[in-house]
Design a protein around this ligand. Structure first.
Ligand code: HEC
Length: 301
C-alpha cells in the first residue's frame, strides 16, 4: 500500500512538472496529438461520474451509519483517481499540441489540484478519521472538480455565465462605439471593412477566441501582428515574408496549407491581403485601391 501511495505521489509530481512543458511548435506531431486529444472530452466524464458516485456512497453512509461503506468509498476514490489521470493525460496532449490559447493553463492546473485532492482524500480515508471530516473533505474535492470542470466547459462551449439572462441584457445595453455615423461617411478601418469579412469566412473557424489554433487569434490587426506559437503571423510591409501569406500560398495538398479546410482563399482575396499587409495596416477604408473596392463590406445599421 505504501509503495503504491508513493508511486501515485511520484506520478502526480511528474504530471505537475509536465504542465510546465512548452507546447510543440513544429507541425509534425500536432495531428497525432490532436487525434489522441479527441478522447479528452469523452474521458473527462469518467472522473466526474465516478466521483459523483463516491459522494453518493458517502451520503448513504451518513444516512445509515450501520453500513460498512469504507471499501466502497476507497474503490470509488481509486477509480476516480485513475480515470482522472487518464483524462488529465489526454488533456495534457491537447495542451502540448499548442492549438489552444492560454485559457487552457488554469483548467490544467485546476485539474491537477483535483487529482492531488483525490490523493489526499484517499490518504485521509486510510488514516481513518470521522465521517464528518470525510464529508467536508469530499465537499472540498467536489469544489475543485466543479471549478476545473467549469473552466474546461468554458474552453469547449464558451462561458455559460455570460449567457445568463441579465448578462445578455447588459451586453445589449452597452452602446457599441462608433456605430452612430452619418450614412455617407465611412470611417471604418481597412481591416474592419474588408479584411475581417474574408478572415471570418476562411480563418476564424479555427483562429478566434476559444478555438485559437496554434494560439493564433485573427479577430484584430494587433492579434494577427502578435501571432501564435511561432510568432507574428504578418510583418507590416513584408507580405511575402509573412507566415499568414506563406501558409495561404502553400499547395492545397500541403498539410500546412491554410485554411486547412475549404473554402480556400481566392487569388483575388490573396492579392488584397498582400496589399493590406504591405500598405493597408491601420488605414481607413477609403484608402483601399479601387481594384479591391469589391471587398468592402457594406455598412450595416
Ligand atoms: C479548420 C481549421 C483551420 C482553419 C479554417 C484555418 N486554420 Fe490556420 N491553423 C489551424 C491549425 C490546427 C494550426 C496549427 C497547426 C499548423 O501549424 O498547421 C494552424 C496554424 C496557423 C498558422 C501558424 C500559427 C503559428 O504561430 O504557428 C497560421 C499563420 C495560420 N494558421 C493562418 C491561417 C489563415 C490565414 C487562415 C485562413 C485563411 C487559417 N489559418 C485557417 C487550423 C486552421
Amino acid at each position: 500500500m505504501k509503495i503504491l501511495r508513493e508511486a501515485k505521489l511520484c506520478l502526480l509530481v511528474v504530471l505537475g512538472a509536465a504542465t510546465q512543458l512548452v507546447p510543440f511548435s513544429s507541425d509534425g506531431p500536432v495531428k497525432w496529438l490532436l487525434f489522441v486529444g479527441e478522447f479528452h472530452p469523452l474521458f473527462v466524464h469518467f472522473p466526474l461520474g465516478l466521483w459523483a458516485a463516491t459522494v453518493l456512497i458517502l451520503w448513504v453512509g451518513f444516512r445509515s451509519p450501520a453500513l460498512v461503506i469504507e471499501p466502497w468509498l476507497r474503490g470509488g476514490t481509486v477509480a476516480s483517481f485513475w480515470s482522472g489521470i487518464l483524462a488529465f493525460l489526454t488533456g495534457l496532449v491537447l495542451y502540448l499540441s499548442g492549438t489552444y490559447g492560454d485559457e487552457i493553463l488554469l483548467h490544467m492546473y485546476a485539474a491537477w489540484v483535483f487529482l492531488l485532492s483525490l490523493f489526499i482524500f484517499e490518504y485521509v480515508l486510510e488514516k481513518g478519521v470521522g465521517m464528518k471530516k470525510m464529508g467536508w473533505l469530499a465537499l472540498a474535492v467536489s469544489g475543485v472538480l466543479g471549478y476545473a470542470g467549469h473552466l474546461g466547459g468554458v474552453i469547449t462551449h464558451g462561458d455559460f455565465l455570460e449567457s445568463l439572462p441579465w448578462e445578455v441584457q447588459a451586453a445589449v445595453e452597452t452602446p457599441v462605439k462608433g456605430t452612430v455615423l452619418p450614412e455617407h461617411e465611412d470611417s471604418r478601418s481597412v481591416f474592419e471593412a474588408a479584411v475581417y469579412p474574408i478572415l471570418d469566412d476562411k480563418c476564424l473557424l479555427c483562429h478566434a477566441d476559444r478555438r485559437a489554433r496554434a494560439g493564433l487569434t485573427m479577430t484584430t490587426e494587433s492579434a494577427i501582428l502578435k501571432g501564435g506559437v511561432s510568432g507574428a503571423a504578418i510583418l507590416a510591409g513584408e507580405a511575402e515574408a509573412s507566415m499568414m501569406i506563406q501558409r495561404i500560398q502553400l499547395p492545397e495538398e500541403d498539410p500546412l496549407h491554410m485554411p486547412m479546410t475549404e473554402p480556400f482563399v481566392t487569388p483575388d482575396e490573396e492579392a488584397f491581403l498582400i496589399w493590406w499587409i504591405n500598405e493597408g495596416l491601420n488605414k481607413k477604408v477609403y484608402e483601399i485601391p479601387v481594384q479591391f473596392a469589391s471587398f468592402i463590406e457594406p455598412m450595416t445599421e
